[in-house]
Design a binder for this molecule. Structure first.
Ligand SMILES: [Cu+2]
Length: 409
């Protein structure tokens, strides 16, 4: 299952399984309220997922409807050098309006990607990429009940704009799963007891530690092939390297709504300015009074953290998304970007994987507000710090003594 995507249709022609990819400008809604004008394949970025079977002979027609030349590289596939898709090195570029044919036999099962090897900085920054899954010839090998794929990609789209800045190196503002951002990303719906595989590929400019709550799991496949069982180890966060793919597997035995996200906290944010000052600990009232003498409509933000931005209705420029967005059954989730939810449910009808809504927690299993006295032993006394002011309840101030020892035991 390709999150927010689909599988490319094919037809059998003699010995060959034939596919057709069209490289072209596309529009992609990143989440309701924001459209990106990108380049992709067959009307979408990322392109549709190619699925085939180990041993298949594939013939892939690639038509170029872009304003400049392109090629496609079949990342991870073992194939004749001339089918490798590196413009200038292994083939002439595919000029606008032309169609090329790639033919090769799928030597092994696993998870691969496709992307241009022509004007790469521009074409990848514009969203040209897709997944290529090769299933084992023996259906009993590496069998799972649910098999999810998504690509990590990043864009720099200034608020009010539609086209990404292609020369960006690090300062992206849209961190996406399949060019969608939370809350626009499909949840991963599975039935309790399902064996589940999640395949994640990274075609951004940085690594992404993908963290999933509620489970431990093992990497069973990379873009180099299947990992032998004796070479696997348990993880709860898997770093996906740039230009790499990791597939991990687990048995879905714990029901719930489990967060699945990149652990770099800026990557679970949408458009944000990166030159924000830190105002934690500032007296909001005094500061706002002083600022309003200079800037009459000044709005103080972030003096007690920035969580209030998750619920704030701010006037946004056209075509952008709030930094934090998305609500669930208990309130604002305060996330954006690379974030979605694994929904494990009991009692789903066979094959019914539509979004089941929020998890109904069994009574007594949700963290609750404690109204009784807090046992004294949980609060060690704070030692006096001489001339330094003692922190008052609710203050975030912490004083570090000149010898370097803090008072925050
Ligand atoms: Cu990340």
């Amino acid at each position: 299952m390709t999150l927010n995507g689909w599988t490319l249709p094919w037809r059998q022609n003699g010995d060959w399984k034939e596919f057709h990819l069209v490289a072209e400008p596309v529009e992609r809604e990143m989440a309701p309220g924001m459209i990106a004008r990108l380049w992709g394949y067959n009307g979408q970025s990322p392109g549709p997922t190619i699925e085939a079977v180990e041993g298949d002979k594939v013939r892939i027609f690639v038509t170029n409807h872009l304003p400049e030349h392109t090629t496609i590289h079949w990342h991870g596939q073992l194939l004749p050098c001339g089918m490798d898709g590196v413009g200038g090195l292994t083939q002439p570029h595919i000029k606008p309006g032309k169609t090329f044919v790639y033919e090769f036999e799928l030597k092994k099962s696993g998870t691969f990607m496709y992307h241009p090897h022509a004007d790469e900085m521009v074409q990848m920054a514009m969203g040209m990429m897709g997944f290529f899954v090769v299933h084992p010839r023996d259906p009993k090998l590496h069998r799972v009940d649910r098999d999810f794929v998504f690509l990590l990609s990043a864009y720099d789209i200034e608020p009010g704009n539609y086209v990404p800045k292609v020369a960006e190196m690090t300062n992206f503002n849209m961190w996406t799963f399949n060019t969608r951002v939370f809350p626009g990303i499909d949840p991963l719906v599975v039935a309790k007891g399902d064996r589940v595989r999640v395949r994640v590929g990274n075609l951004t400019m940085t690594n992404h530690p993908i963290h999933m709550h509620g489970y431990d799991f093992e990497v069973t496949c990379t873009d180099g092939g299947w990992v032998r069982p004796e070479a696997r180890w348990p993880e709860v966060t898997i770093d996906i390297p740039v230009g790499g793919m990791r597939a991990y597997e687990f048995d879905a035995i714990y029901p719930g709504d489990w967060a699945l996200h990149c652990h770099k906290s800026h990557h679970t944010m949408n458009a944000m300015g990166h030159d924000l000052r830190t105002f934690i600990g500032v007296n909001k009232r005094t500061f706002a009074r002083q600022m309003k003498q200079l800037v009459p409509d000044y709005m103080p933000m972030g003096s007690a953290g920035m969580a209030d931005m998750g619920e704030m209705e701010m006037q946004l420029p056209d075509n952008t998304l709030p930094m934090m967005t998305g609500f669930a059954q208990f309130g604002a989730v305060e996330m954006g970007g690379m974030f979605t939810v694994l929904k494990v449910r009991e009692g789903l009808a066979a094959g019914d994987y539509k979004d089941p809504g929020w998890y109904q927690h069994p009574p007594g299993t949700v963290a609750w507000e404690w109204k009784g006295p807090v046992p004294a032993t949980t609060r060690a006394p704070v030692p006096a710090t001489g001339a330094a002011p003692a922190a008052k309840p609710g203050e975030t101030l912490r004083v570090v003594k000149p010898n370097g020892h803090g008072n925050h035991k």
